[in-house]
Design a protein around this ligand. Structure first.
Ligand SMILES: [Zn+2]
Length: 424
């Protein structure tokens, strides 16, 4: 859907001029306001005419709130509160985001005013706006919302507070707290919207897994090897892989004791891992059913690293390719398939030789394909355990392998486990 389509839909919803809406929408998006947020703010600006129909807000259970509601009144317990700064109509604005729950369900909220919310508070939000966020209803608490703190706490069947393990985090999460060890950390200079900015990026680990992180407002406590508690992080995703965002509103507390980090990557069924949209560090086990074209002895563009075919790079035209070794193999466990991609070192190990050996081999046979054929013969039909980063996007489900080994699992047991997972 283009911005123009969005503007048209919004304009007809709100009963206002499309050009005007499009202009506003383009401006907000150019300020890096996420599209859904931009649409939400325009709905507020133009009064959310048809959606609310001017009705008095009705009091609803949280599970009953739908994206068709204009305004509602709900009573709920604040589960989490995250603070974030966004640029709205050219100005920096601090918003609070999190989840609110009652006995019937959980709903996300965005507070455009500082109501002083804390996890555990029970509040009644009168005249809260409802907008759609990634297909689900979300509450907008703004100027026209009356917020009352209740004396009696509502009992809710959900965890109050943002403490989570890395394995529990999902893209879109806000106001989360983690206790982690900083496994990798480097300083980077990026071109931010206010010029050059220093940031930190690296990898965090705990007993459940590892995730990449970015600290947009470098905290001194975050250094390689440090064990820290980080409060108020949000989770973004990049090509299906969740990433932890640390901001100026995050609190970082240095811990005296080392946080233990698992050496293993969590093992998942392929269908589940792909369904989740990706994973930073995961172990998948399956039958290697095919070694794809573009495996074995290949050539890469010296400029961009893309695979060169017939001396041509897709971006750089005719180039002098550089030799490399690679395997692209399809792994299938009965619940799904992924393409495992093995780089030079893992490929050389499987092939039993390096680039020079492969070139000799190809020269003798007068055919480059002999290298891939050799690898194919060794791999196809056996079961492998592959660890790596799984990304799921328009290029498919690709597992960038960091470890690759023949599985010693009992195949019958594995098949049964996979089937029971599929049957739920
Ligand atoms: Zn290139």
């Amino acid at each position: 859907m283009s911005l123009e389509d969005d503007a048209e839909e919004l304009a007809s919803d709100l009963g206002v001029d499309k050009e005007e809406v499009l202009e506003d929408l383009e401006k907000l998006v150019s300020y890096s306001v996420p599209l859904d947020e931009a649409k939400g703010s325009l709905r507020r600006k133009y009064g959310d005419g048809s959606a609310s129909g001017g009705d008095e807000p009705t009091t609803k259970d949280i599970a009953e709130v739908t994206t068709a509601d204009g305004n509602v009144t709900v009573t709920g317990r604040v589960l989490t509160v995250g603070k974030r700064s966004i640029r709205y109509q050219g100005d920096e604005q601090v918003i609070h985001e999190g989840e609110l729950a009652d006995a019937t369900g959980v709903i996300s909220y965005t507070a455009w005013e500082d109501f002083g919310l804390s996890p555990g508070d029970t509040v009644t939000a009168g005249n809260a706006g409802v907008r759609e966020w990634e297909g689900s209803p979300e509450l907008n608490l703004g100027q026209s919302t009356t917020l009352v703190f209740e004396d009696d706490d509502l009992d809710v069947p959900y965890e109050v507070g943002g403490d989570r393990t890395l394995g529990d985090l999902e893209p879109g999460d806000r106001g989360r707290n983690v206790v982690v060890r900083v496994l990798e950390c480097e300083e980077k200079t990026i071109d931010g919207r206010d010029g050059e900015t220093e940031i930190l990026s690296g990898v965090l680990g705990d007993g459940t897994g590892r995730l990449p992180f970015t600290d947009w407002d470098p905290h001194d406590e975050i250094t390689a090897g440090a064990s820290v508690r980080i409060e108020d992080v949000s989770i973004r995703e990049f090509r299906g892989v969740p990433s932890v965002n640390v901001s100026e509103f995050s609190t970082v507390i240095a811990l005296n004791e080392d946080v233990s980090v698992s050496d293993e990557a969590p093992e998942m069924a392929i269908g589940e891992a792909v369904g989740d949209g990706g994973a930073y560090d995961v172990t998948l086990v399956g039958n290697l059913i095919e070694v794809r074209d573009g495996s074995g002895l290949i050539e890469r563009c010296p400029e961009c690293g893309r695979v060169v075919q017939n001396g041509q790079c897709r971006s750089h035209g005719a180039v002098e390719g550089e030799d490399d070794l690679r395997v692209k193999a399809i792994l299938d466990d009965g619940t799904g398939t992924v393409t495992a991609i093995l780089g030079h070192d893992l490929t050389a190990e499987i092939y039993g030789g390096g680039i020079e050996d492969a070139k000799d081999h190809a020269r003798d046979a007068m055919d480059k394909e002999v290298v891939a054929d050799d690898i194919r013969e060794k791999l196809v039909g056996k079961e492998y355990r592959v660890r790596g980063q799984l990304s799921v996007d328009e290029y498919g489900a690709n597992l960038d392998a960091t470890e690759f080994a023949e599985s010693d699992d009992d195949p019958a047991e594995r098949a049964a486990a996979a089937l029971s997972e599929v049957r739920g």
